[in-house]
Design a binder for this molecule. Structure first.
Ligand SMILES: [Zn+2]
Length: 288
């Protein structure tokens, strides 16, 4: 079964100068959408689960059972990693115990020493079980400018300390933002990206907030060492917009159009298309 840790796919991406897409699960439809997108594109894929999604979908064990069953049922042949997105210490331990193949421990709000101490413990568990580990260091800058948030920047020295532990990938702020980007966003800071790559001896980097970043910046970031890109907002918006159109066109009022399966089908298709476009942009097509 192609249910794997993200370690190898990330290393392959790093060596091959492309990035693997990380798509957040929100419901049953999203599992099917991203698995089918990956299979059609012959691309590796990382399915992300936030704490909110874990609660909504019945906990980590339910999600592991559901995703692995879907892989089997849909006859998926490409590598799939099931990954905790921005996990707290407790969430990560729960997910490891529940059978996730990859985790992100987000200790970025903790003092760096505590972040490192907890990361070291989690890394030990991950190594025992063959689970890949992503970590994040805190942000520097990132203050409000009075109008809009301009993104956050990681400290290359802290990145180096984290990389030395031997984690598989590092999330580091280079001006990227979760959710919608402000109109006057100054763009990614490639100088900081370069510093981080130098300071960490070229650790695989993760770019969060991958929705709405212009394609030329995405391509440049990949060429400089980013090999996992998280996309969520864009897929969610596509999903909801497609469902809204379905209702606005009155299709729920025709025949059996009222069934929840029929209602959500356009959302599934729309979010799948966004995932396919991202896989093409990230260069992961035919890399499975
Ligand atoms: Zn994130």
């Amino acid at each position: 079964m192609p249910y794997v840790s993200a370690k190898e796919m990330i290393q392959d991406a790093k060596n091959g100068k492309y990035a693997v897409g990380h798509f957040n699960l929100n419901n049953m439809e999203s599992i099917r959408a991203y698995l089918l997108a990956a299979e059609e594109m012959k691309s590796p894929v990382i399915l992300g689960v936030s704490g909110g999604t874990a609660k909504y979908m019945g906990g980590y064990k339910t999600i592991v059972a559901t995703v692995t069953s879907f892989i089997d049922y849909l006859k998926i042949s490409v590598p799939v990693a099931l990954h905790v997105d921005h996990g707290t210490y407790e969430e990560v331990l729960d997910a490891i115990e529940s059978g996730f193949s990859s985790v992100m421990f987000d200790g970025s709000a903790l003092p760096i020493e505590e972040n490192i101490e907890k990361t070291r413990y989690i890394l030990g568990l991950c190594r025992e079980k063959g689970i890949s580990l992503e970590c994040e260091v805190g942000a520097i800058g990132g203050e409000e400018d009075g109008v809009a948030k301009m993104g956050e920047y990681a400290d290359p020295n802290e990145c180096a300390k984290m990389a030395e532990l031997g984690i598989d990938m590092l999330a580091a702020g280079i001006g990227n933002i979760h959710g919608k980007y402000p109109k006057d966003w100054p763009g990614l800071r490639f100088d900081i990206l370069e510093e981080i790559q130098k300071a960490t001896n070229g650790i695989p980097l993760v770019l969060h907030g991958g929705s709405e970043i212009p394609t030329d910046m995405i391509k440049k970031a990949i060429s400089m060492g980013v090999c996992k890109i998280n996309v969520n907002t864009e897929c969610q918006i596509a999903f909801t917009q497609a469902v809204r159109e379905y209702i606005e066109e009155g299709r729920d009022l025709v025949g059996k159009g009222f069934t929840p399966r029929a209602l959500l089908a356009p959302g599934l298709e729309a979010s799948k298309q966004v995932a396919i476009e991202k896989m093409q942009l990230f260069g992961s097509v035919n890399k499975a």
